[in-house]
Design a protein around this ligand. Structure first.
Ligand SMILES: [Fe+2]
Length: 277
């Protein structure tokens, strides 16, 4: 009982410190040009923005895309049974400047700092291929990420993604607040939620699928939004960039973008090679 009270007091203190930091940093937030202010405001309002590489117009885009398309032919070359659980192939590419530099474009960091409200920690980049699966498991179950109070993931589709490729799907936050928050909370605490269970709490008609052509960019707060990748009948290739406040609430969950959790890739003069496999 005493420990529970201590935990609650610590949580309240944490929250008060966080709110004070937000207030202190507010006057230091970078000023945004109009097109970027629209993105930051949309993130504030909805927790998500869907745009394209072309519309973002960042100067390092073509270098980043060239690097991605050099790597993709080397990924997902194994045969696998479509009836089994097939986990995605994920590589850390944070060490490759072609990827890392795109994610630290100043315009992007300024938008994210305005949304997060604090100095930003840019954790890194992963390239991944998701395979055909028959049933939901791992990140195909509905979940929230928990690295920080505000977490922004930027997802870039490297191939066209329609329903069959398993788009990123989310539930608008207005459907997961109030009583639904508590109905979902206990199930999320243990594990993710499957479609059938979620449909009983939030009707499928409210779920949003982020389909789009190659070059689609999804900027989403994956803590605020209940989300998942849908079960797919066709493969999907993506890049994931990860950002939180600096420091994040749970720094130990952010190391996967630069430590040895996933194999790395290195660049030779001719091409890219896989290593540490
Ligand atoms: Fe997630």
């Amino acid at each position: 009982m005493l420990n529970q009270i201590k935990e609650k007091v610590a949580l309240v203190q944490d929250e008060l410190i966080y709110q004070a930091k937000l207030r202190q940093h507010h006057s230091h937030l970078p000023v945004l040009e109009k097109r970027d202010r629209i993105i930051a405001e949309s993130l504030q309002n909805n927790g998500i923005v869907i745009t394209t590489l072309e519309d973002l117009g960042l100067p390092s885009t073509s270098e980043m895309l060239n690097a991605a398309h050099s790597l993709l032919p080397q990924m997902g070359k194994h045969n696998y049974p479509v009836y089994a659980q097939n986990p995605p192939e994920i590589y850390t590419v944070t060490d490759l400047p072609q990827f890392y530099n795109w994610g630290k474009e100043q315009r992007l960091l300024n938008i994210l700092e305005n949304y997060i409200g604090l100095p930003v920690a840019y954790h890194g980049v992963q390239i991944r291929k998701d395979f055909i699966n028959k049933s939901q498991f791992s990140t195909m179950l509905w979940h929230r990420d928990s690295e920080d109070r505000r977490i922004v993931k930027i997802i870039i589709y490297l191939n066209d993604v329609e329903e069959k490729e398993g788009p990123f799907q989310y539930v608008p936050s207005s459907f997961t607040s109030g009583i639904n928050f508590y109905r979902l909370y206990y199930q999320l605490y243990e594990k993710g939620i499957d479609d059938e269970t979620l449909n009983k709490i939030v009707s499928k008609s409210a779920w949003k699928s982020c389909c789009g052509p190659a070059g689609t960019v999804i900027i989403a707060d994956t803590n605020r939004l209940l989300h998942h990748g849908t079960v797919r009948t066709s493969e999907r290739s993506t890049l994931f960039f990860a950002y939180t406040a600096n420091p994040p609430k749970r720094a130990e969950l952010c190391t996967q973008y630069w430590d040895n959790t996933f194999p790395r890739l290195e660049l030779s003069s001719q091409n890219f090679h896989l290593k540490n496999q």
